[in-house]
Design a protein around this ligand. Structure first.
Ligand code: GUN
Ligand code: ZN
Length: 425
């Protein structure tokens, strides 16, 4: 049955990095049918046009496209907020021991369900997640996402060196397992397989070449990895790949640079790396709570946007310190402030929806509200706590009304979630 959802319906006909706040639009109602958005417009007009639709009135709540987390590690759900380390010792102390536990398919299934439930409660309807080296960890996430009707991307995280015994594959098994998982899951329902070398320090040149070959065979797949997150990591890559011109070249040389490449962090980039990433129209994923939590550095949003890069926003949990894309927007704002360039609330909201969708090459399906898009939606209460309510009460326009929720909001602001038109929270 069709559902007519009433509220302050926020959509982005334009790009706020180009067109400012004019890029956004507010309507009164959205009509959802058979998992899709059919119409957007004035409440009275849509009530008249769809008299049979069930009406759900969310009052002054903001109705937005569901948030899209463009880079997460679901296996790190349980180690979020682990104290006191930086990237390499954080991986060795917390991440690798936890990822070892995913050898048990039941544990993987439980954590996949937990991650999807926690993120849905935050209004996140799509995720691009790393898994572990275990094929069962991919099976678990795909199965749980499929059961919830979600559009997610996931892939087996490949590592054949500089990782502990029990958490290493080989060049051949990484290729074979990835290929089999891709054949089983890619394009099934709303699921996408992502070819996933963890990062060049944990893959041998042979493994990178094997995954580059797999990507050449399946160019419609996304390929995700990490790039230039911390200075120590970059120095390590220089040692491990003495012939590479820079960190990006350790991927590029093995066929792992392309338009469907998704590069997490991308903080400390050289001019050549920026030029190459821009030339191939690769995606950069900003993970601000992770970058402050692990102490990585300040992503150059203004510079990279001005140069025309394709940029998404992500939690990077459990390196990131929150499952919420609202908290992630707040951190993106603070990181941009430290670089001397304030992000407008329209730009922050766009990054968490349209920007991430475009970065994952799904901007025609999700991340915005328009007829023909998939009906992944959230209703956000703009006065969800006393602190937010008293700030919002002074607002003179919609962006002043939204900004306190961006800076102070969390899962308590999420009043309803729809996945493909179905209520999931
Ligand atoms: N670089 C390689 N692996 C990881 C990871 O799991 N998290 C983060 N933040 N960076 C990484
Ligand atoms: Zn990551």
């Amino acid at each position: 049955m069709a559902e007519l959802i009433l509220g302050q319906v926020l959509s982005f006909p334009g790009d706020p990095f180009r067109d400012g706040a004019q890029a956004a639009r507010l309507d009164e109602a959205v009509l959802v049918e058979a998992g899709m958005i059919r119409a957007v417009g004035a409440a009275a007009a849509l009530r008249a046009a769809y008299p049979q639709a069930r009406v759900t009135d969310h009052g002054s709540a903001l109705i937005s496209a569901g948030f899209i987390d463009a880079h997460a590690h679901y296996p790190q759900t349980a180690i979020i907020a682990s104290w006191g380390k930086r990237l390499i010792d954080w991986l060795n102390s917390y991440t690798f021991p936890e990822e070892m536990r995913f050898a048990d398919p039941e544990y993987a299934r439980a954590l996949a369900a937990r991650h999807l439930d926690l993120t849905l409660a935050c209004g996140t309807t799509s995720v691009a997640s790393y898994c572990t080296i275990h094929p069962a960890s991919v099976e678990a996430y795909m199965t749980e996402a499929q059961a919830r009707g979600q559009r997610v991307w996931a892939g087996k995280t490949c590592m054949d060196r500089n990782a502990p015994e029990g958490l290493r594959d080989t060049a051949q098994s990484a290729y074979d397992d990835s290929k089999a998982l891709l054949a089983k899951w890619h394009g099934v329902d709303r699921l996408g397989y992502v070819i996933t070398p963890r990062f060049s320090p944990t893959s041998s040149p042979d493994q990178l070449a094997a995954l580059g070959a797999l990507w050449t065979e399946h160019p419609d797949c996304l390929m995700q990895t990490h790039l230039s997150e911390q200075h120590d990591e970059i120095a390590w890559v220089r040692q491990l790949f003495p012939k590479a011109r820079d960190y990006l070249d350790s991927y590029e040389a093995f066929g792992l640079l392309g338009p469907r490449g998704i590069y997490g962090h991308a903080i400390h980039l050289t001019p050549r790396e920026k030029d190459r990433l821009r030339a191939v129209d690769a995606s950069l994923i900003h993970c601000p709570t992770s970058n402050t939590f692990i102490g990585s550095g300040l992503f150059d949003m203004a510079g990279l946007q001005a140069a025309g890069h394709r940029i998404g926003l992500a939690t990077d949990t459990g390196g990131g310190s929150s499952f919420s894309m609202l908290r992630t927007m707040a951190a993106a704002y603070e990181v941009a402030q430290l670089r001397g360039a304030a992000l407008h609330p329209a730009q922050l909201w766009w990054l968490a929806t349209v920007g991430s969708a475009r970065a994952l090459h799904a901007g025609h399906q999700i991340g915005n509200i328009a007829p023909g898009m998939e009906a992944d939606l959230v209703a956000i209460d703009l006065a969800s706590t006393p602190a937010i309510a008293q700030a919002t009460a002074r607002a003179g326009d919609i962006w002043q009304a939204i900004f306190p929720t961006i800076m102070l909001g969390d899962d308590r602001a999420v009043r309803a979630v729809w996945v493909a038109g179905q209520r999931r929270g």
